[in-house]
Design a protein around this ligand. Sequence first.
Ligand code: ARG
Length: 459
Amino acid sequence: MRKPWAGRFKEDTAKTLEEFSQSISFDSRLWQEDIEGSRVHAKMLHHQGIISEEDLNKILEGLAEIEKEIKEGRFQFKSELEDIHMNIEAALIEKVGSAGAKLHTARSRNDQVVTDLRLYLKKEVVEIIKYIEEVEKTIVSVAERHLDTLLPGYTHLQRAQPILLSHYLLAYVWMLERDRERFKDTLKRINYSPLGACALAGTTLPIDRDSTAKELGFEDVIFNSIDAVSDRDFVCDVLYSSAILMMHLSRLSEEFILWSTTEFGFIELPDRFCTGSSMMPQKKNPDSLELIRGKTGRVYGNLISLLTTLKALPLTYSRDMQEDKEPVFDTVDTVKSCLIILKEVLPEIKFNTEKMKASSEEGFTVATDLAEYLVKKGVPFRVAHDITGKIILYCIEKGKNLLSELTLEEFKKFYEGIQEDVYEILTAEGSINAKKSKGSTNRESVIEQIKILKGRLEI
Ligand code: ARG
């Protein structure tokens, strides 16, 4: 097959290079954006008096036919034609002859590919934002059902203080809120048009970049033609935002995996989202969540992969940049699939509230509340901490598992000022009710959070 650049060449491209350098196997997914960009470009060429109305109409008809063929699965993508841009252009020329050969006037694949990618990411990022929002809404509704469910909060994976399950769940909604903002922010920078930068230096032909930018729904043009074709920072933005999002999803998954173990026994995952073992009949494995955790690795890898590809590239375009597509396509697919799975798994998780409540008091989780009780009696915190530590040690030595098992006389041996009311804060509920600070695990504060988050999510 004759290449568009064949004029300057004496030899045909090696078959091995054709196979090595083709991108059609993955960039064919940009076909819609490519056709959209070509339509707008052709209309501008006509408006600027560069091509005739007749040529424009032929181009538009040809593109419509190609669009239909692709939609119906009848279009033959050819790897000899390298990428989506040349596949569509060659098909157009085949259909409408010399009019088709005018489409590439004042355009290079260098500005074309990055225009396509920006149009593609605009759509995909909006989708991802929508999926994040749905997961957030799901978590909020689970949290609302668990306003009174107790849970031990952990530090160092050691029981630390009693918390409400709803408070814990909402922590992830706040994280996802920031993820959503990060993605929204990427949209601001994606939304600029590189079209008309041509190969790198612009063109001698009287094109109108502002009009194509506007027609394609971009905020404005990327002013500098070299910048326009050279940078892929907007792709990195998406990959980075995805990496952070996956880090959050992975931590949530990891926690639910732990909680579903016999050792924790806090939750039961839905059978529908678990699998069994081919050998051990008793097994029920949390594969859906493990895969979310596992896929985080490749999303991180995709970010590093593109950053590494770009780091030593001289301006402007180099073919290395073709390596931006697989990581970003893979990331977009992975992130969306993880969000979809999570949204389905979350509402079906059964919380073993009895077990969680019992665990929330064991391990002296209310010790800090006792120290603060002493502070309220006028004891300096450091001293209160020390007294409480001694009380805990006493409990351990006496084989008592809960502070509430001590009698008032025993307490008074450590500090005379301790009174009957101490027992109010020595349960998990008491500890939670006693919390006063803004954003704490107190029920009222959790209700306030739900209100704020519902407002942000427009529920
Ligand atoms: N397939 C190429 C890519 O993805 C399109 C641009 C090719 N430009 C070039 N000068 N070879 O980057």
